[in-house]
Design a protein around this ligand. Structure first.
Ligand code: ATP
Ligand code: MG
Length: 437
């Protein structure tokens, strides 16, 4: 394993003072997989105040010093250096009640969640791998360190982390680890919503439909509104899958954009309560789009998602049934009203939805719709009220006042979008004059 220069520099500085220092956790795992780690964490025998002293000539991040972590600002970025420690007494499946500094790297590794995350590497001392992480990585096995029951009881977020690692590296949880993940799943209720939301945001862009199905039990624990969709049959010849299986396929089929993935996951939640059966035994879901949007809003509020993401997801869910057609005027209106980004995401969501019904259906002209939207964009030809060649002042000069102004501007925009009028000042003013004369 080769450490970048700025990381090697930190390791060497500690080793020169006689303190063992290792790269640890995710960076070791990712290097062994041949991936480029996104950051490097170090662990050391040096107590935090020693690390502080040794790097005193650097800018330091000391917020975690109490728990043993000193952040050293280097040319290559911040390197977090944590004193070997254990932790324990997780009374609430969340916070360690105490941390205790320990002498050995093995002691430090034993507090970590999974064997593949419990490896350390030092250029002078080699690998520390007391739990067989390298072997498990090679075999793609996700295994809790020590007792799986104890690990997930201490910190239930590890269940969701386990799902993420299994998904990200195509690992299979070893049977007692999987049993413990599932049997302690209710402990996720004790975990702060923000932590759950962050994990889900890391997970969603990575998942396949099979992943969502194999870990459905965990998902429905953190988003209980999904539970009634599992096995919910649609009684419709256009839908072979139950609602959850369909949802899993749609989610995996959208591009790995966070808003799209969330929208896909939540887009059909309202189907369960909107379900009706007609006299021919055929299922319908009238109004499920608006119901799902309301549920998505509630869920994302509860999970403390950022407002911008929540609003984008709610928009996509609420409009996932919008009847898209390859019609230039209609598309122009929508792009003008909502912006091209939202329209493109809506097309992507509908495309994923359409292709995930488990039955072969006739083609839908998504490509044609995209092509028209690209043309409109290239022509820079989807004006909004702000782009209109006349504004409120122009209309006031013509004697308009109050609410009339807005109405007149909207009418003009509408006619421009319908290509009845060019977006030119003289033409727009002439049109409005003609109308009021
Ligand atoms: P990522 O690539 O997502 O950053 P990572 O393995 O680096 O993966 P981090 O959350 O950055 O994950 O944590 C770094 C290391 O700290 C992990 O590899 C693991 O050893 C340990 N760790 C982090 N969170 C926990 C936890 N909740 N329980 C036990 N060990 C943990
Ligand atoms: Mg990390």
């Amino acid at each position: 394993m080769i450490l970048p220069e700025h990381v090697r520099y930190c390791v060497d500085a500690l080793e020169q003072k006689g303190y063992a220092c290792y790269a640890v956790g995710g960076c070791v795992r990712d290097s062994l997989l041949g991936l480029t780690p996104h950051d490097y964490d170090l662990c050391t025998a040096a107590p935090p105040e020693e690390t502080h002293r040794i790097f005193a000539h650097h800018t330091l991040v000391l917020a975690g010093e109490k728990h043993g972590t000193v952040g050293v600002v280097t040319d290559g970025g911040v390197v977090e250096i944590t004193t070997f420690r254990t932790e324990g007494d997780y009374t609430d499946s969340r916070h360690p009640g105490w941390v205790e500094f320990v002498k050995t790297v093995e002691g430090d590794l034993s507090r970590r969640d999974f064997t593949v995350n419990a490896m350390a590497y030092s250029p002078s001392r080699g690998f520390a791998d007391p739990f067989g992480g390298q072997q498990d990585l090679k075999n793609r096995i996700l295994r809790a360190v020590g007792s799986a029951d104890a690990r997930f009881t201490e910190d239930a977020l590890r269940i969701l982390r386990g799902v993420r690692f299994a998904v990200r590296y195509q690992m299979t949880p070893e049977s007692s680890t999987l049993d413990a993940m599932f049997s302690h799943v209710h402990l996720l209720d004790n975990i702060a919503r923000e932590r759950i939301f962050d994990e889900l945001c890391k997970l969603l862009p990575l998942v396949t439909a099979e992943d969502l199905l194999r870990f459905a039990l965990v998902l429905v624990q953190v988003i209980p509104e999904l539970a009634p969709t599992v096995g919910f049959l649609q009684h419709n010849p256009h839908h072979l899958y139950d609602v959850f299986t369909h949802t899993a396929h749609v989610t995996a089929a959208t591009p790995a954009d966070l808003a799209l993935r969330w929208a896909a996951l939540l887009h059909d939640l309202g189907k369960v309560s909107a379900f009706t059966l007609d006299e021919n035994g055929r299922g319908h879901f009238y109004g499920h789009d608006k119901l799902s949007a309301q549920m998505a809003d509630d869920i994302l509020l509860r999970l403390k998602a950022p407002n911008a993401l929540r609003e984008e997801v709610v928009f996509l869910v609420a409009h996932h049934m919008l009847p898209l057609v390859p019609d230039r005027k209609l598309l122009r209106r929508w792009i003008s009203k909502w912006g091209i980004q939202k329209i493109h995401k809506l097309i992507a969501l509908q495309q994923a939805d359409f292709g995930s019904k488990g039955v072969v259906s006739e083609g839908f002209p998504f490509e044609e719709i995209l092509e028209i939207s690209r043309e409109l964009l290239a022509e820079n030809n989807c004006p909004t009220l702000r782009d209109l060649a006349v504004n409120g002042h122009d209309l006031m000069a013509l004697g308009f006042s109050g609410a009339e102004i807005g109405t007149a501007l909207n009418q003009l925009l509408s006619r421009v979008l319908d290509e009845e009028l060019p977006n030119e000042k003289a033409a727009l003013l002439a049109a409005i004059r003609r109308k009021t004369e």
